[in-house]
Design a protein around this ligand. Structure first.
Ligand code: ADP
Ligand code: MG
Length: 481
């Protein structure tokens, strides 16, 4: 369904990201939040909606929301309110969700995203609010019955709403990756999309460049970056075709079908819910102590943008390499351990080239890398102190990656140590020159090209182990006669 006229349209995208707060207990109860637990074993009476139970706010979850707000360069609202959002659903035992509506805990902020062409774009954050998750209906456990698992019920979520500032699926992908990276640096959400810790409602409309915003459709609950991008591309084409064939886009809530890569209607605006929001009478407004907010601000770790800047400034890395290294917190920490006390550019080449190459090819996360930062550092040291050649080091790395073994052990097992002793190399060179007396005369008569031949002979005589730099130096000296 490629549409040639797509170029005369602009796609407008705004995302509502739901991020599960990293917390051992739920937002208003002490029940546990572990992923993958037996159904309904992490449910307190509050989470089950038992009558007369009172919610108690979890201070840690509030702190996490504040940290996130600060990490998104956003205003922290010292006064915010929890509201009830009323609707009926089998997985919502209370009959309402506690959320924040007109007075969220975090106000306007922004993030920077880096596009493929190197351009940096700022995406505005409208707000971040705290809310509880619902339970989960299970339709695949029994042929005729559905079950409800309330383990998720009451888990704290942060809803991060963006401005309609993105203009392509590529930008939306970069935005989600950046948000996920910041959340992981902050330790406020594990960002695990497969486990549902991070998911997004995707709002898409199209317009003529510079014109008014068009009518949008919202695609609910998309849980992978690839799916988000597919949903946007499909939806943009669908809307353009509608308009170009003389129809109008209807404001709708739609669902993404990952099997076909398409979206389909769920409900239209006419059926939109009236949630009858009102302040939850069981909860006082949330009033924050400004000193506490300041304390949290001071405790924030270095975030990816600052870290990138420092890697460029302190280590002399290129923007590009620094960007790759800081994209994930684990990666940046790994790199810094390898670089510590070593040539930072050399360390970056090994981490980005050999290590990331192997991790990607084998689909392994850096957290389970078979090569530790410590042993990669040792391998680099072996090259720098001339114990092995750069070429042998790549061979050693392959063995380290497949076995997790120590580099020095592999070097001695494979006999890869270089010959670096000066007098040993001098005697090798002297032998070669004595055996090739004719060639030596030719060389001295001006046939410079023979130099390479002598190097080859010496390397051969050393079974490939002589350090080429020293061989060159000694040859140059002894050939002068
Ligand atoms: P609602 O509360 O109905 O979900 P909001 O006004 O809060 O609506 O907007 C929700 C999301 O939709 C925001 O991320 C916003 O950026 C995005 N959005 C608003 N208008 C448009 C539009 N015309 N096209 C694309 N996205 C939009
Ligand atoms: Mg919405």
């Amino acid at each position: 369904m490629v549409d040639s006229s797509i170029d005369s349209w602009e796609v407008v995208i705004g995302l509502e990201v739901h991020a599960q707060v990293q917390s051992r207990a739920k937002l208003f109860s002490g029940a546990a939040t572990d992923f993958g637990a037996e159904p309904n074993c992490q449910v307190s009476l509050i989470d089950a909606g038992a009558p007369g139970m009172l919610p108690v706010i979890n201070r840690h979850c509030v702190e996490q929301a504040i940290r996130t707000g600060i990490g998104l360069s956003a205003e922290i609202n010292l006064f915010s309110v929890f509201d009830r959002k009323n609707y009926f659903y089998p997985d919502l035992p209370q009959g309402y969700q506690i959320s924040q509506y007109t007075k969220p805990i975090v106000g306007y902020g922004s993030v920077q995203i880096l596009l493929d062409d190197g351009e940096i774009r700022t995406v505005g954050i409208t707000r971040l609010h705290l809310e509880q998750d619902a339970g989960k209906s299970l339709h695949d456990q029994h042929p005729t019955q559905s079950f409800v698992d309330l383990n998720r019920s009451g888990i704290a979520l942060m809803e991060i709403v963006s401005e309609p500032d993105m203009r392509s699926s590529q930008e939306a992908g970069a935005y989600i990756r950046k948000i996920r990276s910041i959340l992981r640096y902050l330790g406020t959400c594990d960002g695990n999309m497969q486990e549902g810790s991070l998911r997004a409602d995707v709002n898409v409309s199209v317009r003529r460049p510079g014109g008014d915003y068009g009518v949008r459709c919202e695609i609910k609950n998309v849980n992978s970056i690839r799916f988000i991008q597919q949903a946007i591309d499909y939806e943009a084409r669908r809307q353009i075709q509608l308009i170009e064939s003389g129809n109008a886009v209807q404001q709708q809530t739609r669902l993404f079908d990952s099997a076909t890569g398409s979206t389909r209607e769920m409900r239209t605006k006419e059926e939109a819910h009236d949630y009858r929001y009102f302040p939850d009478p069981d909860l006082l407004p949330l009033e924050l102590d400004p000193d506490w907010v300041e304390e949290i601000r001071l405790s924030l770790p270095e975030l990816p943008d600052e870290k990138k800047e420092r890697f460029v400034r302190e280590f002399g890395l290129s923007d590009y390499d620094a960007g790759i290294l800081v994209a994930e917190r684990d990666t940046a920490e790994f790199y810094e351990m390898v670089a510590s006390g070593r040539d930072p550019k050399l360390a970056a080449n090994w981490v980005i080239g050999e290590l990331f190459g192997n991790l990607n090819r084998n689909n392994v996360e850096i957290s389970s890398s078979p090569v530790s930062a410590n042993s990669l550092g040792k391998l680099i040291d072996l090259v720098v102190d001339n114990t092995i050649s750069g070429r042998s080091a790549k061979e050693v790395f392959e063995v380290m990656f497949s076995s997790g073994r120590d580099p020095l052990e592999i070097v001695s097992e494979l006999g890869l140590q270089q010959l670096t002793d000066l007098s040993d190399i001098e005697s090798l060179v002297s032998d070669v020159l004595a055996n090739q007396a004719d060639k030596v005369l030719e060389y001295r008569a001006g046939k410079d090209k023979l130099f390479g031949f002598f190097v080859g002979q010496v390397m051969k005589a050393s079974a490939g182990k002589a350090n080429p730099k020293i061989v060159n130096e000694v040859l140059g000296r002894l050939l002068k006669g």
